[in-house]
Design a protein around this ligand. Sequence first.
Ligand SMILES: Cc1cc2nc3c(=O)[nH]c(=O)nc-3n(C[C@H](O)[C@H](O)[C@H](O)COP(=O)(O)OP(=O)(O)OC[C@H]3O[C@@H](n4cnc5c(N)ncnc54)[C@H](O)[C@@H]3O)c2cc1C
Length: 145
Amino acid sequence: MLIGDAFGFLDPLYSSGVLLALKSGELAADAVVEGFEKGDTSEAQLGRWGEDFNRGVDRMRRLVCEYYDGFHFGHFVRAYPHLRNTITDLLIGDLFTDRVDVVWEPMESQYPPGRAPIPAWNAGAPAETIQDKEPELVLPAGPTR
Ligand SMILES: Cc1cc2nc3c(=O)[nH]c(=O)nc-3n(C[C@H](O)[C@H](O)[C@H](O)COP(=O)(O)OP(=O)(O)OC[C@H]3O[C@@H](n4cnc5c(N)ncnc54)[C@H](O)[C@@H]3O)c2cc1C
């Protein structure tokens, strides 16, 4: 079983690496314990946490990409003060809940005309390989500010 950086490494911009290493260790340990309890140590059982984990990592990856492409925390919370706590939650690693996804649309509303949203980490990967594709940072073409 791969956890931490061996599972996937994200740009350390927002210092998420230790959190993600601990979180994946916790999820992997739960899958092992549950596997022993059920007498099931198959790949499916031991890897069952991967998809949700990737979804969480992708939220941090997107925040990193938005930053490199011109996102400004000050401008954002001035325009959307009710989202200040949510953006803080994301930054401190509250990544494993879709509650925080309310920030993306307002973020996109601040894009300059013509700019496309940041693609998901597995965008463009053939369907049959998505399961196996590791998280990776896809940097935008260049800063727009
Ligand atoms: C420049 C930089 C700055 C960073 N800043 C931050 C930050 O501020 N905050 C943050 O949260 N994260 C930060 N990170 C990321 C963070 O350091 C990693 O995500 C985190 O340490 C990953 O933990 P890990 O246990 O998966 O791997 P590691 O910490 O790399 O641990 C793997 C261990 O396995 C050992 N090992 C390797 N091969 C073998 C072997 N064959 N046998 C036995 N042992 C072996 C290695 O020596 C190492 O001790 C930063 C990373 C970099 C590169």
